[in-house]
Structures are given as structure tokens and as C-alpha cells.
Design a protein around this ligand. Structure first.
Ligand code: ADP
Ligand code: ZN
Length: 738
């Protein structure tokens, strides 16, 4: 009998489980209930599908969305797994057919909507067949505290109770607070479930906020850089959706509108056009996306700020599901706040909740809106902000967001801070951030003028600063405790005792400010980005489209972009080599392998044996210090002391490979810190650097004094030949930390 590794390889074409997957699978196979809380793209499906194929009976997967079911069943069928779904999109005769097939034991996995569990036909069937597992996808739908409560999820409980014996129950979700997790466990009556909660970080996603300039111009610029890649543009209103879609089309871009006000038929054909790559961009309200499993969405742009971080992360998270790098950008403008506030108030007026409940909800929503605004004003790493918001710790800088990329610099903002604080004082500490900013900027808004705020001496004293800059300083004053927010619904700014010191000039305020000019991100084509042949890439992709059209499935169901790129990189030339490509299992090899091989072989012939990235090159890129360790016997220390960067370059040169210095320097530097030969420190300008410790000298790392160009003395940490030798001797250990 096959084991889990064989299934992973033959059905999915993958070599390794991700750690959480393997643990969950093992527990299911040992008969335990499980709960997996893992972000989108973490690979939840594998967690229940693999054991489903190894257990004796059938697995019933409960899934809330018809489109999701079709997608998953398509993928499984393509991979040679006997699977089917049962929902209202099938005609009655089709449903009867599926039911009778189930009875005859034709399937290992069936997907059903929760409503189905309650029907007579299904209940009687269930009593007759051997159900090994009930897998509950999107399990948060069972909790009233979750975002998308689905009362029909309650059917799962009575269904499980009605069975002659209790199958394993596994539950999966991407978003669950403690409260929702508890609900899932208790309502589903999970029996001492084995629980895995992996982090929420999606490291392949780049996060950006653009808050200056004309929005459409920014959008167009972004989209121009995404030539040929699929993406979603979210707008907050239907009117915007139509306007932007039209404008993109008239600018020659393949885009279509999608919102709940469109006729059903048009909506679903537009959705299909997008999924099947017939249009490049879908411009949509948040009505679009639930149940979209399209794995090759390369960018999500928010034309408007959403109402809260929960919505933002969910919508942005539709990018990069296949693990490829993808970008999420939010185009922010001050009006977004007003619009969202209006929407929150409107929905409260329209709700039939009692007054107290309404109050509570408005409070909650306004608070969430405030947090969303803080994200947009970008006072620090955006990823850090997101992860903290969802209760996770993170590094100070991620290196993959607009803040980290543009870089920040310590800036003395004492004078600006004084202006802000005195403005708040003069406004009698009765207003929120928006009014304070407007007053400082000298806005002519009706509200401001009618309150007479234009007569204050601080009116317009920061008119030359950007709104962003003012907000960043205010946020820092809040986090440093000079100002506090008071009140829930419409929080006003109050000065604290700490403010006095700044106002009197007794305390200087230095903060991290994003550098004024953000360097343009260099956009590369897919082929350039992965260093593969553009011709081959496009040939393989057109073959994939042809096959997809013939089989009537989306292209990514045939092979994901990751798989196609891996073919271009590995250039397999036999069926066996084809199996080394990530995402190709035996069934898919049998079905499509030869056709793809043919194109690859032709390509190699015509390009006269194209450069083939060997496995050792690849592993050198992924694990540069390992590559150095392999060649370390060739290393000769220099006679002079050198910097860590120079030492890394010397080490890299012995590999004769194209390895970047920075990652190597980071790994070696971090190892030295861990072993206490160095320690993290900050210089007088606030730049962090690695300083010597009491242990440094023993291995030959020393600090020497130098004099800079302007005659200013400074110290520098250098690596004597002894230190170079020491690092070379320990390189295998260092490589282990990679
Ligand atoms: P989720 O349901 O958690 O959002 P999916 O099940 O859709 O995630 O998986 C996301 C992507 O990751 C899919 O393209 C899937 O094939 C891929 N994947 C899953 N497990 C692995 C693995 N062990 N190795 C490589 N890729 C994997
Ligand atoms: Zn960052």
C-alpha cells in the first residue's frame, strides 16, 4: 500500500511535506481529531486529502462555496484521484448519479455543501457507507464570532451524531481568533484535537502603501509593470469599479468589472474569464473573491482603503497563493476615511439592532477603521504592523514592504512635534487626528471654518508639510506617550504630562521617517526574475492554455506557474527527470509529460543546448554558505585584516559561483552574535551595527580607530588573518544555521 510520501509525490508531485502538514496528517492517520489554523496558501487541502486517500473508507469534505468545490474536485480529478462534489449546481439527475456512484464506492473524496447534510437522501446514504473522515474546510464558519457565520454549518454536528460510528473529524481555517478556535472545537465536539496554528505571515507577499499623487496615475503605473500577470483591483463602490474598469480598457489594458449589482450571468462569465486567464485584470468590489482559488494572482491593488485590516488582509491575501512572489498595494487618500465612516454610519442606521448593540458595533467598526488608517500612514514596517494587529510578534523590519524598501532614517522632528502639540492644546484637546491635521495644514473645509479653527495661531503652520508626515509624527507621539487617544467612537487627542517636556524644548524627538524619495521598484519580467528563457516559458504556457481549453479547466489546474517555471529552470529531458519538477506527479506525467518534454527538447536543440541550471547552482543560490563550506579547503586567509564584507567576498570567490554577498554576511554575522563573538549595538546616529564583545579578541576580531574623510575619527571592527581562519574552520557549523 502507498504511504503518505508516495501519495504526495504521485498525486501532487511534491517531494516534501511542510512541517504542519505532516504533523496534521500523522495525527489524522492515528485516528485523532485535528484542528489546523494555517494562512491561505499554506496547503491545507493536502492535510486532509492525503489521509483521505490512505484511509479505508470515504472522506466527506464540507466546504461552504460551490466554486471552491468545483476547483478542488477539478484539481483532484486531474491528478487521478476519484473525487466528486454534490451541490445545487448539479441537475437532479446528475445528483442522483453522484449518489449512486458513492454507493458503489467510486469515490475516495466527496465535497458537499453543509446544507446537503440535512437532506433525506444524503442521511440515508451516509448510514450505508463507510465514512472514514469528515473534513471541515473554512471551519470558522461555524462560529458566530467569525466573519462569515453560516448557520448551516450546525448541520455537521447532527450529521456526525447520526452516523452509526464516529469518524475522525478534521477542521481547517485560515483565520481564527482564540474565541473562534474554541467555538470550532466545542461546537464540532472535537475530541481532544491535535491543534496546529502556524503563523499568519505570508512571506511571499510584498506590501505597499502609496499615498501621494493621483490615484489613477499610480494604478496605471503599477499595472504597466505587471504585463501579462493576473491581478485584482479592489474599489469600495460599484461606481468606482465601473469607472476604473472602463478607464483601464480605454488605456488598452485587458480588464473587466465585477460587482454585486451586475446580472448573475454576466458576473459569473466575468469571473470565469478571469479564472481562465481570458482577461488579465478584474476590477471588483469586495463581493469578488470569496471562493476564488486562482493560484496565479500576482497582484492585488486596493484603489480605496478597505474598512478594516481584517478585510484588507483577506483580500490582499488572494495574491500569491501558489507561493510565488506577489504584490499587494494600497492606494490611500484622505477621502477614504470619510467614505468608510459614512458607510459604517449608514449600515448602522439600516440595521434593526437595538440602540445599545448599534453603539457597540459602531464603536468596534470605528476603532477598526482607525487601525486601518494607521496602517496607511506607514510609520514602520507594514508587515510588522499587520502581524502585530493579528497578535503575532515579528521582526522590526521585513525588507519586503514599501516602508522597508524605501528605507527610513532617524530624523529630528522636535520642532514639528512642538507645532502639533501646541495645536492640540489650542484646540482645547477636543478633536481627533483628522481635524488636527486639517488645522495644521490650513484646510478650508466647511466644518473647520464653521468651528472657527482658522483663527488659531497654529492654523496653517504646517501647510508645507505633507499630510503623511504630520500623521507619522502624531502616531509616534501617541506611541511614545506624549499624546493619548481618548474615547472609542470618535477618539480625540489629549496631551499627557510627557508633552510638556517637548513643548518646553527639554526633550528632543527623533523618529524613524521613511526616506523622502522612494526608489522605484525595478520591475522585471517573469523570465528575467527567475533567470529562465522567455521563449520557452511562453511556449510552455501556450501549450498549457491549449490543454486547459481542451479539458475545460483553468490553466493552473493543469500545471501551476511554479511548475512551469521549474520546467524552464530544470529543463528535464526524460520522463524520469520530469518527475523532479515540483508539481508533477505520476498521473500528470502520464497525461501531459510527453507533450511538454517535446517542447523542451526542441527548445534545447534550437538554442544549441541552452544553459541548464544544475542542481548544484540552484542549491548554491538557496544555501550559499553550504556552497562555500563545500569548497572551504581552497580558502587562503589574506595577510591583512579586512572587513566582514571583504571576508565574505573572499569566501564566495572560492565557489566560482554567482552568490550575493549580503545573505552570506548576514548568516555569518548572526552566527557570530549567537556565539557571542559579536553583539548587536547602535551607533551615535542610531544605525545598528555589530560590535565586539569580550570574546572577540580571542578569535582575532578587533576594533581599530580610523579617521574619516572629513577628519572625524571613527572605529571599525576588522577580521585579522586569525579571525578569517577561525571563521573558515567553523564554516560547516555556520552553514547549519542557514
Ligand atoms: P490553502 O487551502 O491553505 O490556501 P492550498 O491547499 O490551496 O492552500 O495550497 C496552496 C498551494 O501550495 C497549492 O498550489 C498547493 O499545491 C501547494 N502546496 C501544498 N503543499 C505543498 C508542498 N508540500 N510542497 C509544495 N507545494 C505545496
Ligand atoms: Zn517591512
Amino acid at each position: 500500500m502507498a504511504d503518505k510520501y508516495q501519495i504526495l509525490k504521485s498525486v501532487y508531485g511534491y517531494d516534501k511535506f511542510r512541517p504542519a502538514q505532516e504533523e496534521l496528517i500523522d495525527n489524522i492517520l492515528s485516528g485523532k481529531d485535528v484542528l489546523g489554523v494555517m494562512p491561505t496558501g499554506a496547503g491545507k487541502s493536502v492535510c486532509f486529502q492525503v489521509p483521505a486517500l490512505l484511509m479505508t473508507g470515504i472522506t466527506i469534505v464540507i466546504s461552504p462555496l460551490i466554486s471552491l468545490m468545483a476547483d478542488q474536485v477539478n484539481s483532484l480529478t486531474q491528478a487521478g484521484v476519484r473525487a466528486a462534489y454534490l451541490n445545487s449546481s448539479l441537475t437532479l439527475p446528475q445528483q442522483r448519479q453522484v449518489l449512486s456512484n458513492i454507493r458503489r464506492g467510486m469515490y475516495k473524496i466527496i465535497y458537499v455543501a453543509p446544507e446537503r447534510l440535512d437532506t433525506e437522501g444524503f442521511a440515508s446514504l451516509a448510514a450505508d457507507i463507510n465514512i472514514s473522515m469528515i473534513a471541515v474546510d473554512e471551519a470558522h464558519c461555524i462560529s458566530q464570532w467569525g466573519q462569515d457565520f453560516r448557520p448551516s454549518y450546525m448541520n455537521i454536528v447532527s450529521f456526525a451524531d447520526s452516523l452509526p460510528y464516529r469518524p475522525v473529524i478534521s477542521a481547517f481555517t485560515a483565520t481564527a481568533t482564540q474565541r473562534v478556535r474554541d467555538d470550532i472545537s466545542s461546537i464540532l465536539k472535537l475530541n481532544d484535537p491535535f491543534t496546529v496554528i502556524t503563523g499568519f505571515d505570508r512571506s511571499n507577499l510584498y506590501f505597499g502603501v502609496i499615498s501621494d499623487g493621483d490615484r489613477y496615475t499610480s494604478l496605471k503605473k503599477l499595472v504597466d509593470g505587471y504585463e501579462g500577470k493576473s491581478g485584482i483591483v479592489y474599489c469600495s463602490t460599484r461606481k468606482n469599479v465601473e469607472m476604473i474598469a472602463e478607464k483601464l480598457c480605454s488605456d488598452g489594458i485587458s480588464a473587466a468589472a465585477y460587482h454585486a449589482g451586475m446580472p448573475d450571468e454576466l458576473r459569473s462569465s466575468t469571473q470565469d474569464d478571469f479564472i481562465y486567464d481570458r482577461i488579465q485584470i478584474i476590477v471588483a468590489t469586495n463581493a469578488f473573491g470569496m471562493g476564488i482559488d486562482k493560484s496565479n494572482v500576482s497582484f492585488v491593488i486596493h484603489y480605496n482603503m478597505p474598512k478594516d485590516m481584517e478585510s484588507y488582509y483577506q483580500e490582499a491575501g488572494r495574491a500569491g497563493r501558489d507561493g510565488s512572489p506577489a504584490e499587494c498595494t494600497l492606494l490611500y487618500s484622505g477621502q477614504d476615511y470619510q467614505l468608510n465612516k459614512f458607510l459604517i454610519e449608514k449600515s448602522s442606521e439600516e440595521s434593526d439592532a437595538d440602540e445599545t448593540t448599534k453603539r457597540i458595533l459602531i464603536n468596534r467598526d470605528m476603532k477598526r477603521l482607525g487601525a486601518m488608517m494607521d496602517y496607511c500612514s506607514g510609520t514602520g514596517c507594514l508587515r510588522k504592523y499587520i502581524l502585530r494587529y493579528f497578535g503575532e510578534h515579528s521582526d522590526e523590519f521585513c525588507g519586503n514592504c514599501s516602508f522597508c524598501i524605501s528605507g527610513s532614517e532617524k530624523t529630528d522632528v522636535t520642532v514639528d512635534a512642538q507645532k502639533i502639540l501646541s495645536c492640540i492644546a489650542r484646540m482645547n484637546q477636543r478633536y481627533g487626528v483628522k481635524m488636527v491635521v486639517d488645522t495644521l495644514k490650513g484646510s478650508h473645509s466647511e466644518k473647520l471654518l464653521s468651528l472657527g479653527l482658522d483663527s488659531l495661531s497654529t492654523y496653517g503652520i504646517m501647510k508645507d508639510s505633507s499630510e503623511d508626515r504630520i500623521r507619522i509624527i502624531i502616531n509616534n507621539l501617541i506611541s511614545n506617550g506624549h499624546i493619548r487617544r481618548e474615547g472609542d467612537e470618535y477618539p480625540v487627542l489629549k496631551l499627557t504630562a510627557k508633552a510638556a517636556a517637548v513643548l518646553k524644548g527639554e526633550e528632543q524627538l527623533e523618529i524613524n521617517m521613511p526616506k523622502a524619495k522612494k526608489p522605484a521598484r525595478v520591475k522585471k519580467s517573469e523570465a528575467e526574475e527567475y533567470n529562465i528563457s522567455p521563449q520557452l516559458l511562453s511556449k510552455l504556457k501556450s501549450l498549457r492554455s491549449e490543454l486547459a481549453a481542451r479539458e475545460k479547466v483553468p490553466a493552473y489546474v493543469i500545471f501551476s506557474d511554479v511548475t512551469i517555471r521549474d520546467m524552464c529552470a530544470k529543463l528535464p529531458q526524460s520522463r524520469n527527470e520530469m518527475l523532479d519538477v515540483s508539481g508533477i506527479g505520476s498521473k500528470k506525467l502520464e497525461k501531459y509529460g510527453d507533450q511538454f518534454l517535446k517542447i523542451i527538447t526542441e527548445h534545447i536543440k534550437t538554442t544549441g543546448g541552452a544553459v541548464r541550471i544544475t542542481n548544484s547552482d540552484r542549491s548554491a543560490m538557496e544555501k550559499p554558505v553550504h556552497a562555500i563550506a563545500d569548497k572551504i579547503s581552497a580558502f587562503v586567509p589574506s595577510e591583512e585584516a579586512c572587513s566582514l564584507t571583504q571576508l565574505c567576498d573572499m569566501l564566495i570567490s572560492i565557489t566560482e559561483m554567482n552568490i550575493k554577498t549580503k545573505p552570506v554576511r548576514t548568516i555569518i554575522g548572526d552566527w557570530l552574535v549567537r556565539e557571542e563573538y559579536l553583539c548587536e549595538s547602535t551607533d551615535s546616529k542610531g544605525h545598528s551595527f555589530k560590535d565586539t564583545t569580550f570574546k572577540s579578541e580571542s578569535i582575532g576580531i578587533i576594533k581599530i580607530s580610523k579617521v574619516g574623510k572629513a577628519g572625524t575619527p571613527y572605529t571599525s571592527v576588522v577580521y585579522t588573518p586569525k579571525a578569517q581562519k577561525f571563521i573558515a574552520e567553523n564554516i560547516a557549523d555556520i552553514a547549519e544555521t542557514e
